[in-house]
Design a protein around this ligand. Structure first.
Ligand SMILES: *[C@@H]1O[C@H](CO)[C@@H](O)[C@H](O)[C@H]1NC(C)=O
Length: 317
């Protein structure tokens, strides 16, 4: 199988997985906007935890509600992850990640490459992420959190935003997305690579220890490394994610300026001041839960598609 096919099947698998995990994105967006700039106890909690939130969204908004923003979510998934993997590969090919004699410097270079590819790709996919945020937060007034934009579909959103602020309006808040992308990608890939290396080195040192089972079946290492990568992602990225969601969603004045926050550091400061550290970690729970089904589904779909592709190829010959 050539690289192009491999890549397309991977992307298709990720898109299919995202269809199943989108409800968790909806819930995360709502939880991150809940109680915005209010101290604990000074607002009604509509979404108590991930499962309660899924139930509440389904009850008020129905099935369409729990799958809201699916179109921009898939657009984001394809444009962002596609650019991310592509640009990371380019940096690897350019030798950015090798040619050093100390392991730690090599690791730092890998982190840098991952961070840069995360930054570039999130700048590219920023409009999708912003529109996804607007649509996923829009709901019945009885359970509404955050500023409610008027558009309900991706098409309406693009028309309205471009009509109001021009094409550059689609990239409003993109600097926050870029920063979030840098941190997220470095945190995830850094943890992923170290976990993989850890198990492989352990194996080399001691042939008959328990890590052996992971090496026999490298699929297990992949799953485990993805999980550790995901945990690291949720831990390091959530505060940047909260800030990003709030900047993307905030109401704007006639001249296109944000009404609540002036920028990234202002949003960090205001959120921390009124909601504390817990405010900056809102939505960590659905973010963490999402990783399990997402990783497993990606691998399962990928396996199915590769299988189907082989069979189809054979039948052609
Ligand atoms: C992009 O890919 C990574 C790793 O495969 C995954 O954890 C992440 O959820 C994907 N992003 C989106 C927006 O689906």
């Amino acid at each position: 199988m050539n690289h192009g096919t491999e890549f397309s099947l991977g992307a298709l698998a990720a898109v299919c997985a995202a269809c199943f995990t989108n409800p968790l994105e909806v819930v995360k967006t709502r939880m991150q906007l809940q109680g915005e700039l209010k101290a604990r106890g000074h607002y009604t909690v509509f979404y108590r935890n991930t499962f309660h939130a899924l139930y509440t969204v389904a009850k008020y908004d129905g099935l369409r509600g729990i799958q809201s923003g699916l179109a921009p979510a898939l657009g984001y998934q394809i444009s962002m992850n596609g650019t991310r993997l592509g640009s990371f590969q380019i940096m690897v090919d350019m030798g950015l990640t090798d040619g050093v004699d100390c392991t730690f410097c090599g690791f730092l270079r890998t982190l840098l490459a991952a961070g840069l590819s995360g930054a570039v790709s999130n700048a590219v996919g920023s409009p999708f992420f912003m529109i996804k945020t607007h649509i996923q937060c829009k709901t019945d007034s009885k359970i509404a959190v955050g500023y409610q934009h008027t558009h309900k579909t991706m098409y309406q959103a693009v028309k309205e935003i471009v009509g109001h602020d021009g094409v550059k309006g689609l990239w409003r808040g993109a600097s926050a997305g870029t920063l979030r992308g840098f941190i997220g990608s470095a945190a995830q890939l850094g943890a992923f690579t170290s976990t993989k290396k850890y198990f492989i080195f352990k194996e080399a040192r001691n042939k008959c220890n328990i890590y052996h089972i992971f090496v026999e079946d490298s699929m297990m290492i992949s799953i485990l490394a993805s999980m550790v990568g995901g945990i690291s992602l949720a831990f390091f990225m959530t505060p940047f994610d909260v800030v990003c969601i709030r900047l993307y969603n905030q109401r704007t004045t006639e001249s296109g300026k944000g009404m609540y926050y002036k920028g990234i550091s202002d949003c960090f400061r205001k959120t921390y001041r009124s909601e504390g550290i817990a405010g900056l970690y809102k939505g960590w729970e659905p973010a963490l839960i999402r990783i399990w089904p997402h990783t497993v589904l990606c691998l399962v779909f990928w396996d199915c598609f590769r299988d189907a592709y082989y069979k189809w190829n054979k039948s052609k010959a």
